[in-house]
Structures are given as structure tokens and as C-alpha cells.
Write a protein that binds this ligand. Structure first.
Ligand code: DER
Length: 228
């Protein structure tokens, strides 16, 4: 599809940000995956030596499959570059992430990275955040009260279920629930992020503010570079 081609174009362009010897954070989702494959190819053919850590079990498995040497989290570890997708990004490079369910590890790696590069197809760039429901990672015990608290903030919260079985709640790699919050339009992302952080049992939210350094947004075969 045209969207898949855009994801591929952005992912391929991201390879030019990787330098020999880098410690790389690997994102999660359908745009991060072709980047992982392309990086694996560059490693296997001897063009690049890198080490990496992934933001999900799925990306970790893919990275190992394509031959990228993987390292576990350690004290003092800083990533030279993390490449990840996003569900929405605005012109200030504020992001909504978590559609792929990996927002917690994604935010951990983004924060431990010297450079966060977002790869996206053209549908992800928006004038204002919030059309895409904001994902939260929630400790199962706390779910009812977290739902109440975010409803109080004006959202319509929905617990994420399996696409193939609506009775099956989706669990994160940490065994937590994912709650998608329909805000309609987020006028003040910073204020909302602050409010969400005070809710007990809400482990993390998908607003990534001040974290992305650049974004590669593909429009057809053209890849636009946005800098923060
Ligand atoms: O969860 C995320 O933020 C992922 O990066 C993902 O949702 C991005 O979407 P993609 O599969 O279209 O790249």
C-alpha cells in the first residue's frame, strides 16, 4: 500500500543517521520494523557495527533474527540514537505514542537517548494532537480509578482489547493494561501530561514532549526532515 511504501521510505532514510560503533535504541511498530531489518542488513554485510536494545519483546526478537547484537539495560547506558515510530506528531515534534502498546519502554529508551529520531508516514503529521486516542499503561488493580480520573480530565477511556477477540484484554510486555483515551483535541499537552503523572497506578502515558530531536516524514517517496 502507499502507506507501507512511505513507512519503508522513512525507515530506509533513518539508516543514514546511524554511525559505526553506535549504541542504538530500537523502536516498535510497523515503521520501526523495516528500520530494524535495514539495520540488520547493514550489520550482516559488514557496513556497520552497532549494539542495540529494543523497546519491546517483538522488536528484540526481530533484531536478533536479522543479526543485530543486543545488549541488556545497564547503569550509565546512553543511546547515541533511538529510532522509533509515532502515532501522531505536531510541528513542535510533540508526539502521541503507544498505539503499538510499547509506550513505557519507548519512553524509557527515548529518555536515555542522546538523539530520538521519529520515522513516520505522512498520515502521522497533524496540526494538533489528540485525534489519535492517547494510550496509557495502567496497573490492572488500579484500572477502575484510573478510568475515573481520566474521565474527570475530559477523556473517554477504553480498555484495549485484542483485534481478533474482544473478550481478550491486551497486556503490555510488563503485564499491564492499555487504556486508549479519546480526548478529541489536546489543547495543552504539557498540562495534560502533568495531570496524568499524578494518577496512582497510571504507569506511563503516550505524550512524548521535548523528547524527539528530529522526524523523518515520508510523503510518497520524498522524505521530509523535521527538526525540533
Ligand atoms: O506505539 C508506538 O508509538 C509505535 O511506535 C507505533 O504505534 C507507531 O505506529 P506504526 O506501526 O504505524 O509505525
Amino acid at each position: 500500500t502507499p502507506q507501507e511504501l512511505e513507512k519503508q521510505a522513512a525507515a530506509t532514510a533513518a539508516l543514514r543517521w546511524v554511525r559505526d560503533g553506535m549504541l542504538v535504541g530500537l523502536g516498535t511498530g510497523s515503521t520501526a520494523a523495516p528500520f530494524i531489518r535495514a539495520l540488520g542488513e547493514a550489520v550482516r554485510t559488514g557496513h556497520l557495527r552497532v549494539q542495540a536494545t529494543a523497546t519491546s519483546e517483538a522488536s528484540d526478537a526481530l533484531a536478533r533474527e536479522v543479526g543485530i547484537p543486543m545488549v541488556p539495560p545497564q547503569r550509565g547506558m546512553r543511546f547515541d540514537l533511538t529510532v522509533d515510530g509515532a502515532d501522531e506528531l505536531d510541528s513542535h515534534l510533540r508526539l502521541i505514542k503507544g498505539g503499538g502498546g510499547a509506550l513505557l519502554r519507548e519512553k524509557v529508551l527515548a529518555t536515555a537517548s542522546n538523539y530520538l529520531l521519529i520515522v513516520a508516514d505522512s498520515s502521522k503529521a497533524v496540526p494538533q494532537l489528540g485525534k489519535f486516542p492517547l494510550p496509557l499503561e495502567v496497573v490492572p488493580f488500579a484500572l477502575p480509578w484510573v478510568m475515573d480520573a481520566v474521565a474527570e480530565l475530559g477523556a473517554n477511556p477504553v480498555v484495549r482489547v485484542s483485534k481478533t477477540d474482544a473478550a481478550q484484554q491486551v497486556l503490555s510486555d510488563q503485564g499491564n493494561l492499555l487504556v486508549d483515551c479519546h480526548f478529541g483535541q489536546i489543547n495543552d499537552p504539557a498540562q495534560l501530561a502533568t495531570q496524568l503523572k499524578t494518577i496512582p497506578g497510571l504507569v506511563e502515558h503516550g505524550l512524548f514532549l521535548g523528547l524527539a530531536n528530529a522526524a523523518l516524514v515520508a510523503h510518497g517517496e520524498q522524505v521530509q526532515v523535521l527538526q525540533a
